[in-house]
Design a protein around this ligand. Structure first.
Ligand code: SF4
Ligand code: SF4
Ligand code: SF4
Length: 164
C-alpha cells in the first residue's frame, strides 16, 4: 500500500524550540521566534561572546561563556522587530541557586559572591551558609553562573507584575 509521506508528516509532533535563554530586551518568545531570521548579526557583535546558536539555530545567551554587560549591541544591530528599546529593563531574570551549592555539604565556597559586582549575593554568618540573593540588586547578568564549581546557579525569569 502506498503511504503518503506528506500525510504522515501531518502527524509528526511539531518541534518545540526552547526559549529559556533568549537575549536581553526580547519583546516575547513568540515575537522572537516569528521574526528572527538567524542572520547571526547579534552573535558577531556581542563583545562578551556569550551569544551562541541555540535550539533550532536561534541565538541564545550562554552564561557558561561569561556575563551580559547590558551594552545593548545585540538589540541595536538587529533589523527585525524583536527587541524593546534598550532604555527599558533588559529582562525579568534573576539568579537562582539549587541544592547542589557546596554550602549544602558544609564546604566553604564564595565563588559566586566574588563574581557579583552588584553585591546581590550575601552569606549569613557561618562558614558554609547558603548564599542569599537580593532580587532588588540582582540584574540577571549571569556573572555568577560560570564560576560556580557545581553549576548550582541558573538565571531564570521571575514573575513580576509586568510579566504575570
Ligand atoms: S540579529 Fe536579530 S534576526 Fe539576526 S540572529 Fe540576532 S535576533 Fe535574529
Ligand atoms: S547586551 Fe551586549 S553583552 Fe549582553 S548579550 Fe547583548 S551584545 Fe552581548
Ligand atoms: S546574576 Fe549577576 S547580579 Fe545577579 S547574583 Fe549573579 S552576578 Fe550578581
Amino acid at each position: 500500500m502506498d503511504f503518503d509521506a506528506n500525510k504522515r508528516s501531518l502527524f509528526r509532533p511539531k518541534k518545540v524550540i526552547t526559549t529559556d535563554n533568549l537575549l536581553p530586551w526580547v519583546i516575547s518568545p513568540k515575537q522572537f521566534l516569528d521574526n528572527c531570521t538567524q542572520c547571526g548579526d547579534c552573535l558577531a557583535v556581542c563583545p562578551e561572546e556569550i551569544i551562541v546558536k541555540g535550539d533550532g539555530g536561534f541565538p541564545n545567551v550562554d552564561f557558561d561563556l561569561g556575563e551580559c554587560d547590558f551594552c545593548g549591541k545585540c538589540a541595536e544591530i538587529c533589523k527585525e522587530p524583536i527587541f524593546t528599546a534598550i532604555t527599558e529593563s533588559p529582562w525579568h531574570k534573576k539568579a537562582s541557586i539549587n541544592n547542589t551549592c557546596l554550602a549544602n555539604q558544609n564546604i566553604y565556597c564564595r565563588s559566586c559572591a566574588e563574581s557579583c559586582e552588584a553585591q546581590a549575593l550575601t552569606f549569613q554568618i557561618g562558614i558554609s551558609a547558603v548564599p542569599q540573593i537580593d532580587n532588588d540588586l540582582c540584574t540577571g547578568c549571569g556573572a555568577c553562573v560560570a564560576p560556580c564549581p557545581t553549576k548550582a546557579i541558573e538565571v531564570k525569569p521571575i514573575e513580576t507584575k509586568e510579566n504575570k
